[in-house]
Design a protein around this ligand. Sequence first.
Ligand code: PLP
Length: 484
Amino acid sequence: MKDQQSPGDTTPEEFRKQLHELADWIADFRENIESLRVAPNPAVAGPGAIRAQLPRQPPEDGEPFEKILSDVDRLIVPGMVHWSHPMFLGYFGWTTTAPGILGEIITAPLNVNAMTWRTCPAATEMETVVIDWLRQWLGLPEEFGGVVYDTASVGIMHALAVAREQAAPSTRKLGLIRRPPDDLPRFRIYTSDQAHSAAEKSAIALGIGEENLCRVPSDDKFRMEISTLRRTIAQDRQEGFQPLAVVATVGTTSSASVDPIPEIARICREEKMWLHVDGAYGGAFAMLPEYEWVRNGWEMADSIVINPHKTLFVPLDFSVLYVRDLERLRRVFTLVPEVLQGDTIEGEKNYMDYGIQLGRRFRALKAWVIWRSLGRQGIMARLGEQIRLANLLADWIKTDNRFELAARVSMGVVCFRFVGANEKKLDNLNSELVEQINASGRAYLTQTKLRGRTVMRVGFGNVLTTEGHVRKVWQIIQETASKL
Ligand code: PLP
């Protein structure tokens, strides 16, 4: 019999009604996304403007869902940068898709904690399955096992923790403090001057130290310079450092350049160093026959990170760390608290053992839904379209002598620079162009620095972005430049 006194949950009838309302809200939002500004108007919605409209006091009594949803429309939607807008071309334009939304919705009512196999067998086993699907798509050898984390930054940190443990096997037990130098070497990690700052964050978190992250210069194609890497390692050894790892990138954040992984892998083998491949953005392009080359040398890597939430249509957050012989990762982090002793079954994966996180969302489900919905062919078609659009924009840029390409087009990224004014003013003008376009609410771009010069950057990724949108953004860029 129903307990009338229990505050409980929304009644089933009411909940069904709300879900229908929400379904319409989501479908309307998706259908009408183009009618929205891509970003809020900075003139009327500066920092603090949204907070000022939200009550400071926490709610004393419950409020109806209709009112909450209408506040989402009134306060939240206008206060957003709409990453799912087809004219959002910032960063790595990651995307919303209908199947991705459905995957998130299905995950919500299940709301399990996938920390051990026993606490949710389906979540654990599906995680293993989707990680292996991706491994097959990428052509990675079977000896690579993986784990899903929220972000690549977290993946890199875990990979380097294994590297550190391998080089100084007692670190897990003894820590880093007050260890004699012959017991705990002074480690160095190498990455290119184009690599993501996640490598520094790992060095900070792991007690290796930011200063021990060496930035190796890149060549004219923004790829790590191999001769300098070799020289720096040799010099560091002479000075008493122990070279620990190289973090090489497939798809750098600014220009999507690709480091020469096979050469780096050979150096790592010779020097007995860990090789981590940061394929957070670019790794997924290995699925395309014309980009298969990006995975050359991966078989010699110790770890590889891929962000399906950037490039493979999975809603944020979903990042996979692959480790050759995943057991090496488990050995560093396995630790079973008393309360879970009965919940860990030998021979089954307990994903809490593969990192610092205990509680874990059922992230694999949304990947399973989107990847089944698109299939390999659907994924490849969409990645191919991003490359086509990037090259199309680059071709248009070449026809206007006020602009020049700032890097070779790689994957779905176009870096270019406005050069139609006095050289001294160009950095400011490029920055100003991006600011003005973003403030207009009509499109959203990113600015970055290449060789110390400010450049504009378009990143493709959104499934709603068509050739028409690219034409439009190019017009906006040209018009804005004309008014400078
Ligand atoms: N690596 C590269 C090449 C990136 O571009 C980024 C972010 O853009 C990261 C790592 C960090 O990714 P995450 O936000 O998943 O930590």
